[in-house]
Design a binder for this molecule. Structure first.
Ligand code: TEU
Ligand code: CA
Length: 557
């Protein structure tokens, strides 16, 4: 049934800095990852996506790369990387790296050379514009991390360079074929080493509307959100198609695009049979309620809205391709804290969220710690926060008139640090993540929520994730769960999230009570088998099932 080798895979995302520290310097590393490969295998993952481990000043935690061909010594050596690939292979686990090519670091040698000679070869690797004293900047776009996208080029009074993220992340000029060649060469160099593929960072930003011009201001800073420019940008397909043809196709590599704002009619181009990418992430629920004003103006998602977001994406894609379904990643708060009402956060509701997400049509991506039910960390002061995005949003909230207490509450809700706290291995000091001082605080709940406790407990969130992922691989059910269509059921019933997955020979109902009130459901022609249940019992009377608080069941019907 498989048309592509990756269609039945589950991906486990590792944020290396926070996963497992092997040498006590407080920073997770490749050797640490290698030591945990068996656990990842047991969970049921088939591929590992590593957030960036290339040489980097870590201004944006590795998403600012100063050398694409070297491993940052903090994470290990190239030998460690080769060993990881080889040890992964032995266990049937493919390694995917993070491809960050919208921008590099201002400490990359290309940028240093561009500063020396902005009109020379390397100047053309970036977007550098001349702005004389008293003149207006080329455009009023606001960088994702705050402030203008234009920054003075070091050593030049009248030259500015573009950065849509942090000023230490200058954008690479994809219009320049010489730059594109360098990028493809680098991608192929890594794929030749035996990588299974890449997750492709922020890729939608590589096409700019040129020549640079303003868009209507959307805050009183006079600037405009990048998304206003992206809506108008045309022609990204030329770059993406070229990258596919020159790199991914010849290697039969897996590619997962971090794509926001794709237009509906472009879906087949992006992830269809011969798409630019194997798959792209579904961020519909993650971006729900976002405001261009900033985090302080964001709406909190409800369980019903979560359901509607998932179904909206599923409908849009249909069987045109495979989405990648996430609950969280390194840019998001912990999913269980975000999607489950605070007063209802418990193991049952955590397992429910896992069920409704993992059974969707598409590739499940599990972010480290998600399988333990790791939660947001309490944040009491901005001094405790590392993430540059959170620091900016704190200022934005203050400027909008919020008190420092309110601003901290807002940052706690959305901070990327929530997902970046060290992995909770056991109940010893620092959660067993390091024997030294962890680079970021450990969540104080590690004595209860940790791998060692959960591995022993057949009813833990971890044990439940193992069952869920195993179900996708079960020969009886896999064709339905991987290729089967998805049809929402009882969609207008508050607190219910349910859908049917069907193939020619089988129908599977996923039904969840995303609320505390009991809910009665009646699967039309009954059911033949309970494939999974997050609670010990299933209450049933004459064909009517009563789902208890946060009960989720998977039934063969
Ligand atoms: O993220 C791209 C992105 O557009 C957002 O998720 C962004 O990080 C978020 O809105 C900020 O709060 C990718 C990476 O996943 C992220 O970690 C990097 O910071 C970013 O690109 C720059 O490389
Ligand atoms: Ca280390």
């Amino acid at each position: 049934m498989l048309k592509k080798w990756w269609q039945d895979k589950t991906v486990y995302q590792i944020y290396p800095k926070s996963f497992c520290d092997s040498n006590g310097d407080g920073i997770g590393d490749l050797k640490g990852i290698i030591s945990r490969l068996d656990m990842i295998k047991e969970l049921g993952a088939d591929m590992i996506w590593l957030s960036p481990i290339y040489c980097s000043p870590l201004a944006d935690q590795g998403y600012d790369i100063s050398d694409y061909y070297r491993i940052d010594p903090r994470f290990g050596t190239m030998e460690d990387m080769d060993e990881l690939i080889a040890e992964g292979k032995k266990r049937g686990i493919g390694i995917i790296m993070d491809l960050v090519v919208n921008h590099c670091s201002d400490e990359h040698e290309w940028f240093k050379k561009a500063c020396e000679d902005p009109d020379g070869k390397y100047g053309k690797f970036f977007y550098i514009e001349t702005v004389k004293e008293g003149e207006k900047l080329p455009c009023n776009w606001r960088s994702y991390f705050g402030g203008s996208v234009w920054e003075k080029l070091p050593g030049h009074e009248d030259r500015y360079y573009l950065h849509v993220f942090h000023k230490k992340q200058p954008d690479l000029n994809w219009e320049n074929p010489e730059l594109r060649n360098e990028i493809y060469k680098m991608i192929n160099w890594w794929l030749d080493k035996g990588l299974a593929g890449f997750r492709i960072d922020a890729i939608i930003n590589i096409k700019k509307t040129l020549p640079f011009h303003d868009y209507p201001a959307d805050r009183d800073d006079g600037m405009t959100d990048i998304s206003n420019m992206l809506k108008e940008a045309e022609g990204i397909g030329e770059f993406l198609g070229e990258m596919r043809d020159r790199c991914f196709l010849p290697h039969d590599a897996f590619s997962a695009g971090e794509v926001f704002n794709v237009k509906d009619e472009q879906i087949p181009e992006f992830i269809g049979e011969n798409g630019y990418f194997s798959t792209m992430f579904d961020f519909n629920a993650n971006i729900y309620g976002r405001s261009s004003k900033g985090w302080y103006d964001c709406k909190i998602i409800t369980p019903d809205a979560y359901r509607d977001c998932c179904f909206e994406s599923q409908r849009k894609i249909g069987d045109a391709g495979f989405l990648s379904n996430i609950i969280e990643n390194h840019d998001e708060p912990r999913g269980v804290s975000h999607y489950i009402p605070k007063e209802d956060l418990n193991d049952a509701s955590k397992k429910l969220l896992a069920t409704v997400s993992v059974m969707l049509r598409g590739i499940p991506f599990i972010y480290q710690g998600q399988e333990l039910g790791m939660e947001n960390i309490p944040i009491n002061s901005i001094d405790e926060v590392d993430d540059i995005s959170s620091r900016d949003e704190y200022e934005v909230a203050l400027r909008a008139g919020k008190t420092p207490e309110e601003a901290i509450r807002i940052v706690s809700e959305f901070s990327r640090d929530n997902a970046r706290t060290p992995y909770q291995w056991n109940s010893t000091e620092n959660a067993g993540f390091t024997s030294g001082k962890p680079w970021l605080r450990v969540n104080p709940n590690y004595r209860e929520i940790n791998f060692e406790n959960e591995e022993k407990d057949p009813d833990s969130v971890l044990s439940y994730y193992k069952k869920l992922l195993a179900l996708r691989k079960n020969p009886n059910d896999r064709d339905t769960l991987i290729f089967g269509s998805l049809k929402p059921v009882w969609e207008d019933r508050p607190g219910i999230m349910a859908y049917e997955r069907s193939s020619e020979n089988q129908k599977i109902l996923i039904a969840a009570n995303f609320s505390r009130e009991p809910q009665a459901i009646k699967p039309g022609s009954g059911y033949s088998k309970v494939l999974l249940n997050n609670l010990p019992e299933l209450s049933e009377n004459e064909g009517t099932i009563t789902l208890g608080a946060y009960q989720a069941v998977i039934l063969e019907i």
